[in-house]
Design a protein around this ligand. Sequence first.
Ligand SMILES: [Zn+2]
Length: 247
Amino acid sequence: MSHWSGPRMRKWIRIFIVLVTLEAVMGMSVPQKDVYIDPNLPGSLLKGRTVILDPGHGGKDPGARGLIAQEDQVNLAVALDLRQWLQDSGAKVKMTWEKPGQIPSFKKYRVYQRVKWINRTQGNALIDIHCNSAGSRWSGPQTFYWDGTSSYHLAYDVQKELQYFTHTKRRVARIDQYVLRYARMPAINVELGFISNPQEERLLANPGYQRELSWYIFLGIEQWFLKGRLPEHVLKSPPPGHLLIPG
Ligand SMILES: [Zn+2]
């Protein structure tokens, strides 16, 4: 008997009809609207800007480990999502590494080499991505910077979005990290959350959550670039209270 005869054939015809009907119904329920899109807006907001993404660790150094997730893999996944949002907005993105096996597992992660490469890129901003690890009681993302008003503003804008998204009370803080200290551009380190907290770890390992996290980090970066168009005296005052008081 042929493969395509009898009850089997009838079953496939039925599925086909159901699919076609479904599509017709859905097509009818979503009316096509003519939406005016300003041709100057899409994809050009961050045009001419270069963002450097550094997913922490990699290769022989996996970073912190949770019960199910490994830090370098979470860092990379979020960085790749973030790259997409940035590129969609017209920015150029360079990454210290971008594929799971790119840094050979026998090779030691040398942070000074990474910083040397970062400083050759002439990027407008550096976003380092890590996961925190400090027991199971702590949770929430936190953004760090080392020095400079620009780095502070960048960290603040990103953390503000992450506060909105996760309801964390964590604030921007200074941290003396090699990459932040020696990067010759505004630089921040986004700690995505605590991989040592099993509940948060499950979120961090979830591609949907990774994508959402990357979206809010992106919004913060975008805010910061928009702020860059403000007069210098405004930028040098501490946000946000001062920015909100008129006169
Ligand atoms: Zn780390």
